[in-house]
Design a protein around this ligand. Structure first.
Ligand code: SAH
Ligand code: SF4
Ligand code: F3S
Length: 468
């Protein structure tokens, strides 16, 4: 047992980060067994799921989309806001019910909730019937835990709170044949006061440049068109390696692999250098699309959040990016209702949105996370008021999203076609600026970057037609 511990999760030392190499264990030990895996979190969490799928498949499990058919239920969880917790515990209730009729069913959770001390305690108290809890630092132990669960039903917790290592060579079953996630760094050391990620993911650790480049080169060989470089703070890439190699260097080296499209998330405004902006502008295969979370437009709130920039500094950076990267789209994240945020402070956020006219924004009501500094901040603002503000903010965000999309009406843009759309008989894909397009066209353009004429615009998507 390795039970997560909040105090340990907070620690940061100067110890060098180890790189370990994954070795497959327990290959092909089951037959005719199915796994059901549900992912709740961010792109990093999604990519972890791709690793877990591959580990389970190496053991001989096959995937099922239907929990009722599964022999193994695995929930890859997220802790970022309270509602994610509630969903997972709801799902565990369903799994328990299923287990009452299917005695051999194995049930486990992985992901960020697995790294929370309060969650582990709750599971130890009320969810003893579960089989395992697998932490974000312990993914390589998945096969071991599943093997032990096949032998004996007994709760096992392997979710060590630590700064973390870098594990190379994990197998991956990618969800797409067209675009791929590539981790470039793990963890976060920014400790924004509202955020749980530094506690659930450990310290900031960059993968070595060569390991990343090799992975991208392999993806090019396999015919992939696009990579998204993943990290909580990709701009800070390399700082922990002490080899004088930055995010700009990495972008240049990835661009030279000749992969057709490169994206990266998430950029913290703090480490966005001029070099980086120039590099994005210079290389055609680095997409003109930047996710630049601002969180708030008020300086007092930004300070309380520990974001380390002011509204003015954000605007300066924003305008520089717009000026230097032609046709760039910029999206953001915003939190409303940070403890004691008043009307005036909220209006500063609206003012910032009016100045930036974002292409899109993800907006959230502040959610109290156990162990973070903001948990202890007094809050006098009612949830009703916060909901009202969120509504008002979303109206403004949507207005600008639509306005930005309008500029594309009747224009011809490049779209990477990913596959069939949810819409009848349509295909879907994204523009270089990361806008979703539903289009009419033949199936043989799937996996290709093609010209599409935009025929209709909506707030969150565009409609178009393939141009031969
Ligand atoms: N590393 C990224 C953010 C990752 S979390 C960055 O720094 O920009 C994604 C988003 O979730 C954050 O940008 C923030 O807007 C939101 N978020 C994080 N913690 C939250 C909390 N406690 N309550 C509400 N929203 C939160
Ligand atoms: Fe959380 Fe801040 Fe780190 Fe982003 S930078 S993951 S918001 S602590
Ligand atoms: Fe959620 Fe963890 Fe990602 S908290 S947003 S899954 S890093």
């Amino acid at each position: 047992m390795n039970i997560p511990n909040l105090k340990e999760a907070k620690k940061r030392t100067n110890k060098e980060v180890e790189t370990n190499y994954y070795e497959s264990k327990y290959q092909n030990i089951v037959n005719n067994k199915k796994y059901f895996l549900k992912t709740y979190g961010c792109q990093m969490n999604e990519h972890d799921s791709e690793n877990m799928k591959a580990i389970l498949e190496e053991m001989g499990f096959e995937e099922t989309e239907n929990m009722e058919n599964a022999d193994l239920v695995l929930l890859n969880t997220c802790s970022i806001r309270e509602n994610a917790h509630n969903k997972v515990f709801g799902m565990l209730g369903r799994a328990k019910h299923l287990k009452s009729t299917k005695i051999d069913l194995i049930v486990g959770i992985a992901g960020c909730m697995a790294q929370e001390e309060v969650v582990a305690q709750e599971i130890l108290k009320k969810y003893k019937w579960m089989d395992f809890v697998l932490g974000t630092h312990n993914i390589e132990q998945l096969s071991e835990l599943v093997y032990a669960s096949l032998k004996k039903h007994e709760l096992k917790i392997e979710a060590q709170s630590c700064e973390g290592k870098v594990i190379e060579g994990l197998p991956t079953t990618r969800n797409s044949k067209v675009k791929a996630f590539v981790n470039i760094m793990y963890g976060c050391d920014k400790f924004c006061t509202y955020c749980i990620v530094p506690y659930t993911r450990g310290k900031q650790r960059s993968r070595k440049p060569n390991d990343i480049i090799k992975e991208v080169e392999q993806l090019v060989k396999e015919g992939y068109q696009e990579v998204t470089l993943l990290g909580q703070n990709v701009n800070a890439y390399g700082k922990d390696l002490n080899i004088n190699y930055t995010m700009t260097d990495l972008l240049v080296d990835v661009a030279k692999t000749n992969i057709n499209r490169i994206r990266f998330v998430t950029s913290h405004p703090w480490d966005f250098t001029d070099d980086m902006i120039e590099t994005i502008a210079k290389y055609e295969n680095i997409m003109p699309s930047i996710h630049l979370p601002v969180q708030s437009g008020n300086n007092e709130i930004l300070k309380l959040m520990g974001r380390r920039y002011t509204k003015e500094e954000y605007l300066t950076l924003f305008n520089k990016i717009k000026r230097k990267i032609p046709n760039v789209s910029i999206t953001t994240d915003i939190i409303v209702g940070f403890p004691n945020e008043n009307e005036e402070q909220f209006n500063d956020t609206l003012d910032l949105v009016n100045k930036c006219k974002f292409d899109l924004a993800f907006t959230f009501i502040f959610s109290k996370r156990v162990g973070t500094p903001a948990e202890k901040m007094q809050d006098t603002i009612s949830i009703k008021e916060k909901e009202k503000r969120l509504y008002k903010l979303n109206e403004l965000i949507n207005k600008y999203a639509l306005e930005n999309n309008k500029k594309l009406l009747n224009k011809t843009v490049k779209v990477l076609v990913e596959g069939p759309s949810d819409k009848n008989d349509m295909l879907m894909g994204y523009t270089d600026t990361n806008k979703l397009v539903n289009l009419k066209g033949p199936n043989d353009i799937i996996g290709q970057i093609v010209d599409v004429k935009i025929t209709n615009i909506k707030t969150w998507s565009l409609d178009g037609e393939y141009v031969k």
